[in-house]
Design a binder for this molecule. Structure first.
Ligand SMILES: Nc1ncnc2c1ncn2[C@@H]1O[C@H](COP(=O)(O)OP(=O)(O)O)[C@@H](O)[C@H]1O
Ligand SMILES: [Mg+2]
Length: 396
């Protein structure tokens, strides 16, 4: 029997519209949990079943690829009873009709290579435009196709290609998390209860919205002169970690390294919703090192559970206004051309929050305070910077 992937799935309304959309480059702009990854897996399987040629699945980082996009894809191949050979070390899946390359967008040079028949980019808004430019170059074959599934992140390159350019080969569907009947009943209402209107429009309804009044307006994406740079952590640098707890909101762990001049390099992140503390702990422990401290928010229960799982934390200095000033002063470019806070491109969610963390225009009494959104990696980072620069308060 010839099964298409769509036969084994009951599509949600927006997934169905996207499935029927006849465009070379399709975009699913959807809220968190609106079914983007599930659709991407189905679309990719469909490409393999019906076309010869190689394809590529790209996630913002290898960890997101292995934990999320690839899991959904392999699970669907299993349900379709399609044989495949997954070569983990080579990041390849061999199938009868062709090879699927598995890649991460934080190392764009590794996307170059032979032509592709199809490519799926999951959570593409977390990557830079360069990733898309390279992929378009690889999708040159007649009938080659691309799919992007993402939660939007403001008026970025995705908006430029799919909305501003008005090019005939580009088409998009917007999907809301509210449509997904497979989610827990309170998933959306929990998010909505804590979100502002703009944030809900983006994170739940998949709309392009703008965020004004950025807290870290000095944060720069420039590849040579900005804050995002590739680097190797040297043997003699000191290592540390910062943690912000969350369940409906993401749980975040950041890994930092401090060089001999006291510069802080954030070299990795773990950013995930809806997992138990012990699951986070096992991810955290996979990144080995001799950490001088791990600073976290104060939640008693969560800290105790982390401790039981082998991750001891100290309590953060939580003064928001002082913390923001300390982070800002680290962002200043020094006479040698480098800031005192440098972020590795693999920390895609941290980078996204830098672009969306903003001041509250309605703060009472003209006080400067940030909106409590996009602040999860921001908080973890602030705790780390306060631990380094916050003075000599001691909290036990
Ligand atoms: N058509 C579908 N049939 C069954 N389950 C679905 C379908 N679409 C999405 N889901 C489920 O809904 C949840 C959220 O979907 P997912 O694709 O992970 O969302 P997103 O990537 O947009 O955050 C997952 O558990 C997924 O398996
Ligand atoms: Mg997803």
């Amino acid at each position: 029997m010839d099964t298409t992937a769509a036969n084994v799935e009951t599509l949600l309304p927006s997934q169905g519209r996207l499935y029927l959309l006849k465009k070379k480059y399709k975009l699913f702009n959807g809220g968190v949990g609106s079914g983007k990854t599930r659709f991407g897996a189905m679309w990719s399987a469909d490409q393999i079943l019906h076309n010869k040629g190689n394809g590529m699945i790209v996630a913002p980082t290898y960890r997101m690829l292995e934990d999320v996009s690839l899991v959904a894809f392999l699970e669907l191949l299993d349900r379709l009873h399609r044989p495949y050979e997954y070569k983990q070390g080579k990041n390849l899946i061999y199938m009868g009709n062709g090879t699927v390359f598995l890649r991460s967008g934080d190392t764009p040079d590794r996307l170059r290579g032979p032509n592709l028949s199809w490519a799926w980019l999951d959570e593409a808004a977390l990557n830079r435009e360069e990733v898309w430019k390279i992929l378009i170059g690889r999708l040159r074959l007649n009938n080659a196709r691309g799919l992007i599934t993402t939660t939007p992140a403001g008026f970025n390159w995705i908006y430029h290609y799919w909305v501003e350019l008005q090019h005939d080969s580009y088409g998009m569907v917007t999907g809301s998390s509210r449509e997904n009947t497979y989610l827990d009943a309170d998933f959306v209402s929990e998010m909505e209860a804590s979100y502002s209107a703009e944030y809900a429009a983006q994170e739940i309804d998949g709309k392009f919205v703008t965020f004004e009044g950025l807290v870290y307006s000095e944060f720069s994406h420039d590849s040579d002169t900005g804050h995002i740079r590739t680097f190797d952590v040297k043997e003699d640098w000191q290592l540390c970690r910062g943690i912000d707890f969350g369940y409906t909101n993401p749980f975040v762990c950041l890994w930092g390294a401090i060089d001999g001049d006291g510069r802080l390099y954030i070299y990795d992140e773990h950013y995930m919703r809806k997992r138990l503390i012990k699951e986070h702990a096992s991810v955290i422990k996979e990144v080995e090192g001799d950490f001088i401290w791990t600073v976290s928010d104060w939640d008693r229960q969560e800290r105790a559970e982390l401790e039981d799982a082998g991750v001891s934390t100290i309590k953060a200095q939580k003064d928001v206004a002082i913390g923001i000033q300390k982070v800002k002063s680290r962002l200043k470019i020094q006479p040698d051309g480098s800031p005192r806070l440098i972020i590795h491109p693999r920390c895609v969610n941290l980078i996204k929050e830098f672009g969306q963390y903003r001041w509250n225009p309605n703060a009472k009494g003209g006080k400067e305070e940030p909106v409590k959104e996009f602040d999860h990696a921001m908080d973890a980072l602030r705790y780390m910077v306060m631990e380094l620069d916050g003075g000599s308060f001691v909290f036990i």
